[in-house]
Write a protein that binds this ligand. Structure first.
Ligand code: ADP
Length: 497
């Protein structure tokens, strides 16, 4: 009984009521407007220089590269029109030595070489033709510009974007450290190495992964008017949406195509409400933030995304395990009690190690509807070395995990609802009754059972959306967002040349 009461008390603290959702949506809208007005606010609201989204009719062959962290991915995307595409891709690990190279040139020369290898392997024809053309046409670049592949460059490090294919590196993260590159335009660095190899490739766009998701879903969603929002719920969380230029009050330096009157904004919503005006703040949220590398920052992300949910759960579970009045995960009834003491678990199990619980276990818990919770108990055994957990312990674990997952989904709904309200699409007379598309990507939204259903449930109670509005909102997985999205941004950028 004591365990049940303690569990209930923890679960209650993760409840996120309809009123909480509505209050947070209002605050989200306020912070979005603030970010559109000036720099240095909680949500950065970064202009991306992308001024339109595709509608599925786009055609052509484009390239996309993605330097994320460990890997460099090169792909070519054939857009067929009709919202379909074929993608060819290769992935190579970035050698550790190059992550800390002396000069930027060393790293970018390696990237250019991978592009060359990719072209030779998969686009021999195009490559040969280009070489032949080079022999007959003299141009300063060694190739005729119109014959070059347009390429989108997804670069997942902090950059100050100055134009659709221009952005200076602010700092390296994720184990990279090449001081020589800081402050330089990463597109120009890559182009320069591509040119040295005389490749028929033009770096047409610098791409943020959320913008890629938005573009990919605009292209691929059936019967769509273009998606209004692209959102990632993976290791971290972020979203990009289409905003009216009239609402973007802070100055946009650099050139862009002003004819559409719109621009895609990268919200950087992971840092929504760092001030904690409306975000929930349980003792476990507080403990997680304190031990994180960036206390006080990314406060929304720390309650929503895959990197953190497992750790929140771990911290809550640890409190139960330390409670002397209950026998959680101690297996007192077992005849082999001595083998299953807490100390025994401690040696092998992630439950005692910071960041030791992967969020994937929340998905296992949420998806287990068996009366004996056999799937979850197997998951506890396999991933956390918690052997033969008692049923009531597994029930308690599930209840807490489900509460954390549900809160994350309802918090995700806050961002989605606010962005949709911000765009005014629901009350746009021209769109009467038509679907509003949201493209999403990331392991959490892809694999956590009922995550999208829980988001929808919360959308229904938001003031200004309601049952009718929620029915029109379609949340769909953006297929292969990073490759296709980057290719589509390259296409948009090529149109602006
Ligand atoms: P990224 O965001 O880095 O591109 P992913 O979208 O795959 O990568 O997200 C990885 C994150 O998702 C990790 O934090 C991981 O713990 C979490 N994750 C992986 N699988 C699952 C799952 N089945 N359920 C919930 N979270 C998961």
């Amino acid at each position: 009984m004591a365990l049940e009461a303690e569990t209930k008390s923890i679960v209650k603290q993760f409840e996120y009521t309809d009123d909480d959702v509505n209050q947070a949506v209002k605050e989200f809208l306020r912070q979005m407007s603030e970010g559109l007005g000036k720099d240095g606010t909680s949500m950065s609201q970064i202009p991306t220089y992308v001024t339109g989204v595709p509608n599925g009719t786009e055609k052509g062959l484009y390239m996309a590269v993605d330097l994320g962290g460990t890997n460099f991915r090169v792909c070519s995307v054939k857009l067929n029109g009709g919202g379909t595409f074929n993608i060819t891709s290769d992935k190579v690990a970035v050698p550790k030595a190059l992550m800390v190279a002396k000069t930027a040139e060393e790293l970018f020369a390696f990237l250019a070489l991978q592009i060359k290898k990719f072209l030779e392997k998969h686009h021999g024809d195009h490559f040969e033709q280009h070489i032949r053309r080079r022999m007959t046409v003299s141009s300063p670049d060694g190739f005729r510009d119109e014959h070059a592949f347009r390429m989108g460059f997804t670069f997942s490090f902090p950059v100050q974007q100055m134009g659709i294919n221009k952005g200076t590196l602010i700092r390296w993260t994720k184990g990279f450290d090449i001081p020589d590159a800081v402050g330089k335009d990463v597109c120009a660095l890559l182009q320069s190495e591509i040119d040295k190899l005389h490749l028929p490739v033009k770096v047409a766009a610098l791409v943020n992964d959320t913008v890629g998701t938005l573009m990919a879903h605009s292209y691929g969603a059936p019967g769509s008017n273009g998606a209004v929002l692209g959102a990632i719920f993976g290791t971290g969380t972020n979203g990009a949406y289409v905003e009216k230029m009239s609402k973007l009050k802070k100055p946009v330096v650099g050139e862009y195509d002003a004819s559409t009157g719109e621009m895609v904004i990268n919200t950087e919503w992971g840092s929504f409400d760092n001030q904690l005006n409306v975000l929930p703040n349980t003792p476990w949220d507080i403990a997680l933030d304190k031990q994180s590398v960036n206390p006080g920052l990314q406060m929304y992300e720390k309650r929503v995304s895959g990197m953190f949910l497992g750790e929140i759960l771990r911290l809550a579970i640890n409190d139960l395990m330390k409670n002397p009045d209950i026998s959680f995960f101690k297996d007192e009834n077992s005849s082999t009690n001595d083998l299953r003491s807490t100390t025994d678990i401690a040696e092998a199990s992630g439950v005692y190690k910071m960041w030791g619980v992967d969020s994937a276990i929340l998905s296992v818990a949420a998806g287990d509807h068996t009366p004996g919770l056999s799937l979850l108990r197997k998951g506890l055994d396999d991933t956390l070395h918690i052997h033969a957990a008692a049923l009531e312990d597994a029930q308690s674990f599930k209840a807490i995990a489900d509460a954390i997952g549900r809160r994350a989904a309802r918090l995700s709904a806050v961002a989605i609802a606010a962005v949709i309200l911000q765009t005014g699409k629901l009350s746009d007379p021209e769109l009467k009754g038509e679907p509003i598309d949201v493209g999403v990507d990331g392991s959490l939204v892809e694999h956590y059972p009922y995550f999208r259903e829980m988001i929808h449930e919360a959308l229904r109670i938001v003031d200004g959306i309601g049952e009718e509005g929620a029915k029109r909102i379609r949340i769909g997985l953006a297929e292969d967002g990073s490759g296709v999205g980057a290719a589509l941004i390259a296409l948009v950028a090529a149109g602006m040349e």
